[in-house]
Design a protein around this ligand. Structure first.
Ligand code: DMJ
Length: 651
């Protein structure tokens, strides 16, 4: 209490005297000093605190504010990670170049600002326009619309012609002359796209009926959403990018569902907008959406899909601006802020190595090398990291660029498609990049040596996992691993060792058993194998792993095996599985994941139809039952990890 009085008295004194603020009252400094000396220590502290607060407030208010939260933009202002120096092939001021590209070339929110700038410009200024690609009038070349020259001297006739051209691509109603840069690339889709005959036999017809059934439910109850919940007849969203619709575009073309495709195309044109304030996963969006758009562009010849892909690609690029160049897992498509998952600075190895096919194709099509070079750097980086006999741990640190050495080694979840894309990138580039082939060979040799085992009784070949950085073996195989037989035979067809074929056949048989041994004839998500001979079966399923998500991997492998061997047994296996899908997963408005493959009387439907069911599973089934395998020739096309075919480039 005493203290309080003391404080009050002193402050009132100050006020009566006019305090140090009364500069008119003569000798102000001495008075100020006396007044200051009269203050208690506490009062002086308060005064200090107030003073510093005012300074801080002033700094906050008057210093220039930082740029918007684009991760790449902030990289341009902060220290430049050295790996980015080479992203642009050694061009000057590299990171700021990327920043500029992203800011001006790919960012629709800048468009208005850009238009204003153009409208007020009177002289002939070159301004970088949003990247946009169009076909040349003869349809034989791609042109990139990348510069807009404001020139008021353009004569009226020429002006309106040019304006029409420009509006088609970027929607500017201003006097511009447009410079179209022809791209030096060859793979332009045939005019009108690739022709597909539609189903030619009963099994294919049945798959098309299944696709129509799934599509109708999606169209009625989840149109434009990521997924359909087929039982509750409700939509489900993950990234809000119309995943099912985009994933299914090329399946609709391949199966000859033109009407359905046309409606989907109209949705893409109007509603597939990437300027959404939402975090998305780089890998998932790359394989499903970017891959889907690029493949649909090739199969349809419709430039709309390429332009959407260019827009999306630019928005995904900030992921690569991590300290090590190992991409962050997530990015906000509107703000372009990229980051790791909230719980860890690590990215997933298979994710960061399963984006290169798509980014490369985007560069080849758009004429902008940034995509290919940026993604290829990641593969090159992973190539020079130490591995366990060619095998990689499933986590990698985005700061250091090093593997999390104690993480699991597996060809299942989070490891799988690292091996797949080594081979497929090598094929895509005309078998020219040796390190990809060598890493693939090493990885498969490592898997055969350290991960492949046989069960004691029935001699089933399977691939297990290494835990704790390689110390412990776990006899567990994800359904995801069943992609491997398909990749192996694709490799053998392209000159990989013959022993890979035997390994592929044996594994394929085991995968088939994971289906055949269940009373539903559907495989669980994960199967375990006995290490020692004991009672009961060589395989077992834990109740948490007994679900089936309508995944494609085994059907995918069946198709590759049938494609290269012509052995109709593979078609028959696929037909049995298709019938099981019909029996246990088909519901009124589509197909549903189920929670339990072990009990046909209680499959525990999960009310979810994943986009890959239309993008992959039904597509691979349709191709598997095809009489004419050359409709998509595997010497000309390489399928991405989400079953979207992309062209193989010449060496
Ligand atoms: C798909 O999205 C892709 O095939 C991916 O590579 C792995 N998993 C799913 C389907 O199971």
């Amino acid at each position: 209490m005493t203290g309080n009085k003391y404080v009050a008295l002193n402050f009132s004194n100050t006020e009566q005297e006019g305090g140090g603020l009364n500069y008119q009252a003569g000798k102000p400094r001495r008075r100020l000093w006396r007044w200051w000396k009269q203050l208690s220590r506490f009062q002086r502290s308060v005064a200090y605190a107030g003073f510093f607060s005012i300074i801080l407030l002033a700094l906050y208010l008057f210093l220039p504010s930082p740029k918007p939260p684009s991760s790449l933009t902030s990289v341009t202002q902060a220290a430049v990670p050295h790996h980015l120096d080479s992203l642009m092939g050694g061009q000057k001021s590299l990171v700021s170049d990327i920043g500029l590209e992203l800011e001006s070339a790919f960012r629709p929110s800048r468009l208005e600002e850009y238009i204003k700038k153009v409208e007020t410009t009177t002289s002939s200024n070159l301004i970088l326009a949003p990247a946009s690609v169009k076909l040349s009038p003869d349809g034989n070349e791609l042109w990139m619309l990348n510069k807009v020259e404001v020139d008021e001297r353009v004569d009226k006739h020429q002006e309106s012609e040019v304006r029409d051209e420009a509006q088609g691509d970027i929607g500017l109603d201003i006097p511009v002359s447009v410079q179209l840069t022809p791209l030096s690339r060859k793979k332009v889709p045939p005019k009108g796209g690739v022709h597909f005959p539609g189903p030619t036999n009963e099994r294919q017809e049945a798959v098309v009926q299944g696709l129509k059934h799934a599509w109708t439910g999606y169209r009625r109850f989840a149109w434009g959403h990521d997924h359909l919940r087929p039982i509750s007849a409700k939509p489900q969203d993950w990234f809000s990018l119309g995943l099912t619709l985009v994933d299914a575009l090329d399946t609709l073309l391949i199966t000859g569902l033109q009407e359905e495709f046309d409606k989907a195309r109209a949705w893409v044109e109007k509603n597939l907008i990437f300027d959404i304030d939402k975090d998305v996963n780089l890998f998932e969006v790359t394989i499903r959406v970017l891959g889907g758009l690029l493949s649909t562009y090739h199969l349809s010849g419709d430039i709309l899909f390429l332009n959407k892909a260019v827009d999306l690609g630019g928005r995904l690029l900030p992921c690569f601006a991590s300290p090590s160049g190992v991409p962050f897992s997530d990015v906000n498509l509107a703000t372009r802020r990229a980051h790791s998952p909230k719980w860890s600075p690590d990215s997933t190895t298979s994710e960061i190595t399963t984006i290169q096919l798509e980014f490369r194709e985007l560069s080849r099509l758009s004429g902008d090398p940034t995509f290919e070079e940026t993604a290829a750097k990641v593969s090159e980086h992973v190539h020079q990291l130490p591995k366990t006999e060619g095998l990689v741990p499933i986590y990698i640190n985005t700061n250091t660029g090093q593997f999390r050495s104690y993480s699991t080694i597996t060809l299942g979840a989070r490891g799988d498609s690292y091996y797949e894309y080594l081979l497929k990138q090598w094929l895509q580039t005309g078998r020219t990049i040796d390190y990809l082939r060598n890493d693939y060979l090493e990885g498969i040799a490592g898997a055969m040596k350290l991960l492949a085992r046989r069960t004691p009784r029935s001699n089933l070949q399977y691939i297990g996992e290494l835990l704790a950085g390689g110390k412990d073996f776990k006899p567990k195989m994800d359904h995801l691993t069943c992609y491997l037989p398909g990749t192996l035979i694709l490799g053998v067809h392209n000159g990989m060792p013959k022993e890979h074929l035997k390994f592929a056949e044996d594994l394929l048989y085991t995968c088939y058993q994971t289906y055949a041994q269940q009373p539903t004839f559907l495989a669980p998500e994960i199967t375990y194998f006995q290490l020692q001979e004991g009672e009961g079966s060589d395989t077992y399923v834990k109740s948490n792993d007994a679900h089936n998500l309508l995944r494609p991997e085994f059907i995918e492998s069946l198709w590759y095996m049938y494609y290269f061997t012509g052995n109709k047994t593979y078609q028959d296996w696929g037909w049995k599985i298709f019938q099981a899908f019909e029996k246990y997963t088909k519901v009124g408005n589509g197909y549903t994941s189920i929670g339990n493959v072990r009990n046909p009387l209680n499959t525990r439907p999960r009310d979810m139809m994943e986009s890959f069911f239309l993008g992959e599973t039904l597509k691979y089934l349709y191709l598997l039952f095809s009489d004419d395998q050359t409709i998509l020739n595997l010497d000309e096309w390489v399928f991405n990890s989400e079953a979207h075919p992309l062209p193989i480039h010449e060496a």
